[in-house]
Design a binder for this molecule. Structure first.
Ligand code: TRP
Length: 377
């Protein structure tokens, strides 16, 4: 093996990113991921184009490059500009009762896309997969799917444009036929929602409809396979818009771990929990003494409160002010943490209230197999 090869292998071991595992020795190298996966960087010209086409300011996740990579998103925009429509597809594997803030990121962004482009959305709850992989009973997986649906609905989706489905309930008929067609092309089959014919109650006669999938970048390998088989089945390749991971409190080495409750802030955490977790666990780039901090300033590159503010503090000027003052040592870690605590407490409280207002009847309504009257309005 030559030198180049062996160093490449070493790099591969240092960073593993796929739907089943996300791990890195240091920080995730997202540039390397784009190169390895072969997706494209979402550049400023695309963001400007989204703003122009939708007539609204770009979402904070676009401005801050939380959604930073894509496949064929420009083609979706080309088609949209010509007056052609598309639909959105995203999903969640319901493996736990409580969602953490990282889980909300793709849903918050999808809600913005739905509102901005006025397009239908399908949300898959892969309760079948979690039942098999996480060794849950069928009943427990289905219960978790419905509980998670409440958190998803609480993000504010429009019932007249959104179809939420559980694999256990919905797979069959046209959807299952597509699964089998796909299975004949690849030995693997989690692609059916990317094709409009899987939803005859929504998209009959619209086989040409394009699909855009917002997701975290670890899901990319799934949809690479879907994209490979799409032309053979007579459909457009689904387009993707892909996000960074939401970092753990302890530092940026992957996505938050569901198994360590102190690594993440949950939508069920109390204000006190949030305050404690941030103060105790959020990795700080501040210096070890006030004296040194005033002298050297904070290392913003590793500072978790700054990263979190980058996701959830919407005011660009205020974020810039904090970055400058904290980076120069004029602001202390405690002050930055206090600001973050307030923002997250408010956000989680708002979510808690919205979720409490979601009734079982509403879940049934979102999950009913039905036409969506306002789909493209
Ligand atoms: N695989 C995802 C998970 O385990 C769930 C999922 C299904 C999904 N379809 C998707 C995520 C489409 C993003 C986009 O959480």
């Amino acid at each position: 093996m030559d030198k180049n090869n062996s160093s490449e292998n070493q790099e591969q071991e240092e960073q593993v990113v796929n739907p089943w595992e996300v791990s890195a020795k240091g920080k995730i190298d997202y540039d390397k991921l784009i190169e390895k996966f072969g997706c494209q960087r979402l550049d400023q010209s695309i963001i400007d184009r989204v703003a122009r086409l939708t007539g609204r300011p770009p979402h904070v996740f676009l401005r801050r490059a939380v959604f930073f990579a894509h496949r064929d998103f420009n083609e979706i925009l080309d088609a949209y500009e010509r007056g052609e429509k598309f639909y959105l597809y995203t999903g969640r594997g319901p493996s736990s009762e409580a969602l953490h803030l990282g889980h909300l990121v793709p849903f918050m962004f999808t809600k913005y896309l739905q509102d901005a482009f006025k397009v239908p959305l399908v949300i898959q709850l892969t309760d079948d997969e979690k039942c098999m992989w996480k060794n849950l009973t069928v009943e427990e997986s289905q219960r978790l799917a419905r509980e998670n649906a409440k958190d998803i609905i609480a993000c504010g989706f429009d019932a007249s444009k959104t179809f939420i489905f559980s694999d256990f309930d919905y797979v069959g008929g046209s959807f299952y036929k597509n699964m089998v067609k796909i299975a004949k092309c690849v030995t693997y089959n989690k692609a059916a929602p990317s094709f409009p014919s899987s939803f005859p109650h929504l998209f009959t006669g619209m086989d040409n409809l394009r699909c855009l999938i917002p997701c975290a970048i670890d899901q990319d390998p799934y949809f690479r396979m879907t994209r490979d088989v799409a032309p053979r089945l007579g459909y457009h390749k689904p387009a993707l818009i892909e996000s960074l991971f939401f970092p753990a409190l302890q530092g940026e080495t992957g996505k938050m771990s569901a198994s360590d409750p102190n690594s993440a802030i949950y939508v069920t955490d109390s204000g006190k929990d949030i305050k404690n977790k941030i103060n105790k666990y959020a990795f700080s780039g501040g210096q070890d003494s006030v004296e040194n901090h005033r002298k050297y300033g904070a290392n913003l590159e590793v500072d978790i409160p700054i990263k979190y503010l980058g996701f959830f503090l919407e005011d660009d000027a205020e974020l810039e002010y904090i970055r400058t003052e904290y980076g120069a040592g004029r602001m202390l870690t405690g002050e930055v943490k206090k600001q973050l605590t307030e923002i997250l407490m408010e956000m989680v409280e708002r979510h808690r209230r919205a979720r409490a207002a979601v009734t079982d009847e509403m879940v049934d309504a979102f999950m009913a197999v039905r036409p969506l009257p306002n789909m493209f309005r």
